[in-house]
Design a protein around this ligand. Structure first.
Ligand SMILES: [Zn+2]
Length: 681
């Protein structure tokens, strides 16, 4: 049997020892000094369950499993404190005290976890659970009734004044449960009426979360049919506006059943929230460690071997090496740190081999926790709708780009989008934010404008075969230039990198790929390049997770090379009509590429060797758009040879050294005055 008096005593001792009593007295002082009379006085009391259990196990158990009853217990302790210490003159009855117990954490035991994928849910026992999920939608903030005062409608009744009838919001209650007109006086049975002057309002926001597991449905092709359900979370008062769309949170709260329209839904009334952090991997695995030490004599060999063997499940080594290198670089250039805005590396691929490229990109997005393959026919960017709970708020839905926060959003064939979508994409690529307009008419209230950051890298491709049927190609006059009339050129500039995926080496990519598939189907042992079998998708996942967390810095040499090349390119790629073809964003892209190569090489400093690879990739991309320049590069500048053995790798290093000399020559001739480059923009 619970002894209420002993529990109250323990509660008081806990308040005293935890410093909660002092905070309560301070809160009371503020209410008292305001001299204003309220229907309810709200107090947050911080509860550390471990400390409470240590002090009094029965009380601790009570708080964890009967939180609403425990709150009443603290309510009466607080009322006694207010009265004995004369803390608030205006406060008349115990019901006017609204105590909210804020739980710091829950015991890390399975019975406290509320798994969104495990049925059935317990929403009856009204106790605390912890749930983890990614925010996929959230409403704007609206008001709810924290507390209200009711009076007897019969003026002769003593309860027609005073604070006898106080309604306070309890977790799980809807607005209509708190404020209704079917209450009757206990003394005279006359109907009660609300005294509206005394209504206390608080902020409310509803967010929708899904289990992180549910994202697997949006990752490439999933074999198993699956159904994932979202869960609504009620954030009230100080918790509203504490969550960001797309982030993953751990939420402590009480599961409840709420009736929305004609349907009942399970929701969580949040008590406390915290941002979930992914644990940074400390290791890249032995295979890559060995490879790293074996290639330590060169700044280029490690990434070359990575690119060569990447995704060998899909394409044989030697095919699409440039594309594979760029995908790896884009992957390590993502960041899921909320406070970091990395230089994103967006990739646009031109290909007539849609099938393989699509499979490669799919393979790539699966290697980061937030890799999303955008489902055709849905929205890429957030949308606004009406909130389904009828609170009159606008509901913002995350859609693919926000779900891919801190990862990669693969949006498929670019030529399948209409012009307005492409314009929006371009503005997002340039500003990395999206502005949402919420019309007041539609959702009640005033017009609102919200800016949401878009922290993801975008991958897309253009299928040259299918788009050539829709577009008439002009004959291009410039060497190396392709005709991209189907995509606005501004949009193309917004993508950091343009890759033409018809590898010249080996000259025809289809044959080795077919051979690869056939061999794989017949006999695994017969595949000659058995080394590649050693790097599994999991190995790459681990490597990428490690590399993307590296913090890299540009060396002075690297900075000067980037600025010099940028300046020289601006000067050489100029025509009399449009001025320079290089936009200011080119500098940003060059930095992103250089950083990415350094990270993929597991270096913390960006060297001139990284910048060289960045420039070769970027120059190839420019050549596709505008034709060759004075700084003439091979069509397949980063990987001119096959990489079958150590000798080829050495040969490539020699070639890259020559390229570096050419680059220095180019910069010396056209890029002098490096230091004033920023003024020229
Ligand atoms: Zn009455």
């Amino acid at each position: 049997m619970l002894n209420p008096l002993e529990l109250k005593e323990a509660a008081l001792v806990y308040l005293d020892r935890s410093g909660g009593l002092q905070k309560f007295v301070d809160d009371c002082k503020r209410y008292n000094e305001s001299k204003q009379s309220y229907a309810v006085y709200r107090f947050n009391i911080l509860i550390n369950p471990s400390d409470v259990v240590e002090l009094d196990a029965v009380l601790g158990n009570h708080i964890l499993h009967k939180p609403l009853k425990a709150a009443q217990l603290f309510q009466s302790v607080c009322f006694v404190a207010v009265k004995t210490l004369s803390l608030i003159e205006q406060l008349k009855t115990e019901t006017q005290i609204n105590v909210v117990l804020k739980i710091t954490h829950l015991p890390s035991l399975p019975s406290y976890c509320f798994d969104l994928c495990e049925f059935p849910f317990d929403y009856i026992s009204e106790r605390f659970y912890k749930v983890e999920g990614i925010v996929i939608a959230m409403t704007t903030i609206t008001k709810y009734t924290q507390g209200a005062r009711f009076l007897c409608s019969d003026e002769t009744c003593p309860f027609s004044e005073g604070f006898q009838y106080i309604r306070v919001h309890v977790p799980g209650a809807t607005e209509s449960a708190t404020v209704r007109n079917d209450f009757f006086c206990k003394l005279c049975a006359s109907p009660l009426q609300e005294d509206r002057k005394f209504r206390v309002l608080g902020d409310k926001q509803i967010v929708e979360i899904i289990a992180a597991k549910a994202l697997s449905a949006l990752k490439g092709y999933s074999n198993q049919p699956s159904r994932f359900q979202s869960l609504s979370v009620f954030l009230r008062d100080e918790l509203s506006n504490k969550m960001k769309i797309g982030n993953k949170y751990g939420i402590i709260g009480i599961p409840i059943c709420v009736k929305a329209c004609s349907q009942a839904a399970i929701c969580i009334e949040a008590n406390s929230i915290h941002l979930c952090r992914t644990r940074d991997p400390s290791d890249i695995g032995d295979k890559f460690k060995n490879l790293l030490s074996m290639t330590s004599n060169s700044c280029w060999k490690f990434t070359a071997i990575l690119a060569n063997f990447f995704a060998s499940q899909i394409v044989p080594p030697g095919v699409y090496t440039t594309l594979k290198l760029c995908l790896l670089m884009s992957l390590v250039q993502t960041s899921d740190k909320d406070n970091e805005a990395p230089n994103y590396l967006d990739i646009l691929i031109m290909t007539s081999d849609q099938l393989l490229v699509d499979r490669l990109l799919n393979f790539g997005v699966c290697l980061v926790p937030r890799g999303i393959r955008h489902p055709a026919g849905s929205e890429i960017f957030p949308t606004v709708s009406k909130d389904k709970y009828g609170t009159g708020a606008a509901n913002i839905q995350a859609c693919s780009a926000l779900l891919a926060k801190g990862g990669v959003c693969f949006i498929g064939d670019l030529s399948s989008y209409k012009k307005d979508k492409l314009d929006l994409l371009q503005s997002v690529l340039e500003s990395r934010t999206i502005t949402m307009y919420i019309p007041g008419k539609k959702c009640g209230g005033v017009d609102q404008q919200i800016n949401i950051p878009i922290q993801t890298s975008f991958w897309s491709f253009i299928d040259l075969d299918s788009s050539s049927k829709r577009h008439v190609y002009k004959n291009s006059n410039l060497i190396g230039q392709m005709d991209f009339s189907m995509v606005p050129s501004n949009l193309m500039d917004s993508f950091g990198l343009l890759i033409h995926c018809n590898e010249s080496s080996p000259s025809h990519p289809v044959l080795p790929s077919v051979e690869h598939c056939l061999k794989k189907a017949i006999d695994l042992e017969s595949i000659s390049w058995t080394d590649s079998q050693q790097f599994t998708a999991q190995d790459f996942e681990k490597l990428i997770a490690f590399a993307r967390n590296l913090h890299v810095e540009l060396s002075l040499e690297a900075k000067n090379t980037i600025n010099g090349y940028y300046l020289a390119s601006r000067r050489t790629r100029t025509d009399s009509v449009h001025g320079s073809k290089l936009t200011a964003s080119a500098l940003k892209h060059l930095v992103a590429l250089s950083e990415a190569h350094a990270k993929l090489s597991l270096r913390k400093s960006v060297l001139k060797e990284d910048v060289l690879i960045a420039i070769l990739l970027f120059e190839t991309s420019l050549t596709l758009k505008y034709g060759t320049s004075v700084f003439c590069t091979a069509p397949n500048a980063a990987f001119p040879f096959e990489l079958n053995n150590a000798k080829c790798l050495q040969q490539r290093d020699v070639y890259l050294l020559q390229c570096h000399q050419q680059l220095q020559q180019f910069i010396a001739t056209y890029g002098s005055g490096v230091l004033v480059s920023s003024n020229e923009e």
